[in-house]
Design a protein around this ligand. Structure first.
Ligand code: CMP
Length: 344
């Protein structure tokens, strides 16, 4: 039997699982388009950040006391993807009920059938739109208008006030962030023909957090600030607030940068299961992954005689169901509830 194998079953090393999972979550959140380019970039950055961390640890170990070193390391972002914004991730202090600038006017930009179809396609995977009901979705689609952009155009400038939210129809866009105005902005993210941007300034009533530059010509769907706030603000806040403590309590998710955490909260949906219920079934195609908010989940595999054999138990703060997403293979095990279970 070769190393790493038990019978015919392959053992997945913990580190491989963690690294692939973090990569998968980053990819799913950022939806950058080409997976290979993104992977190459991601792992290069990961290796660089590890090398820096090792060098940093060596320096620290030589020069400061252990207490001081722990403090400084915690302030370092694990991967420098979303540096420059570490404050109140979920803006606890902001109350959307006290919103000031909604006069209730419903905006409608007429569209051709073809435009409607294109728009419906473009918004299909926009996480912020997931919790809208049919009527709200209609209002959102009515209010969006097309904006063509030229190569090298700055669609959003860091520090400006927020006017519109944008959904990409096509084109390649770079997000750039300068940690202070005198610095050269750093490229932190690429949007390739899909995705959205410009939600932060509108959600949190703050200046634009990044510059968005068109690197090809392209086409965007824009939504004005008032419509965005009237329709999306409350649902987005509710969800972000709801999942704040979950995200804080899952060790692996703590390493996500603030912007990624917010996007993750948008992507989560609640799922409740009763005692004994099967959540995922070995052999099925993967639909998503699960974080346990409450209760206990038993992971089991079928033995040769077709009997379920328990191989793991997952409690609050744990997760399961990620492997099939990473490997694109059927579920490697089943998950059953031991008592009632609440997942995200
Ligand atoms: P907003 O601040 O309104 O305008 C700039 C946009 O860049 C921002 O909303 C986000 O949609 C987008 N963006 C992409 N990556 C980041 C990031 N790491 N931090 C902040 N904003 C980002």
């Amino acid at each position: 039997m070769s190393r790493g194998q038990v019978g015919t079953r392959i053992q997945v090393p913990d580190e491989l699982r963690e690294v692939l999972l973090e990569f998968t979550i980053s990819y799913l959140l950022e939806q950058p388009g080409d997976v290979v380019t993104y992977a190459s970039d991601y792992f290069t950055r990961l290796r660089e950040s590890r090398t820096t961390a090792i060098l940093y640890d060596q320096e620290v170990a030589e020069s400061v006391s252990p207490d001081e070193s722990t403090l400084s390391r915690e302030e370092e972002p694990p991967i420098g993807r979303f540096a420059g914004r570490r404050k109140s991730v979920f803006a606890e202090t902001y109350n959307p009920e006290e919103d000031e600038d909604d006069d209730g006017t419903r905006i409608v930009f007429p569209k051709s059938d073809e435009q409607r179809q294109q728009l419906a396609e473009a918004v299909r995977n926009i996480l912020l739109f997931r919790s809208l009901d049919k009527e709200q979705m209609q209002e959102v689609l009515d209010a969006m208008f097309e904006r063509k952009v030229q190569k090298d155009e700055l669609v959003i400038k860091q520090g400006d006030d927020g006017d519109n939210f944008y959904v990409i129809q096509n084109g390649i866009f770079h997000a750039l962030v300068a940690s202070d105005p005198s610095e050269e902005p750093k490229h932190i993210h690429t949007y390739e023909n899909s995705g959205s941007f410009g939600e932060l300034a509108l959600l949190y009533n703050m200046p634009r957090a990044a510059t968005i530059k068109a690197v090809t010509e392209g086409s965007l769907w824009a939504m004005d600030r008032q419509t965005f706030r009237r329709i999306l603000l409350k649902s987005a806040f509710k969800k972000r607030k709801m999942y704040e403590s979950l995200i804080e309590s899952v060790p692996m998710l703590k390493t996500l940068q603030p912007y990624e955490r917010m996007n993750l909260a948008d992507a989560l949906v609640p799922r409740n299961f009763s005692n004994g219920e099967r959540i995922i079934k070995q052999g099925d195609a993967a639909d998503g992954m699960y974080f346990v908010e409450q209760g206990e989940v038993v992971i089991s595999v079928l033995d040769d005689s077709g009997k379920e054999v328990e191989i793991n138990r997952i409690g609050k703060g744990g997760y399961f169901g990620e492997l099939a997403l990473v490997t694109h293979r059927p579920r490697a095990a089943s998950a059953f509830c031991d008592g009632d279970v609440k997942c995200a």
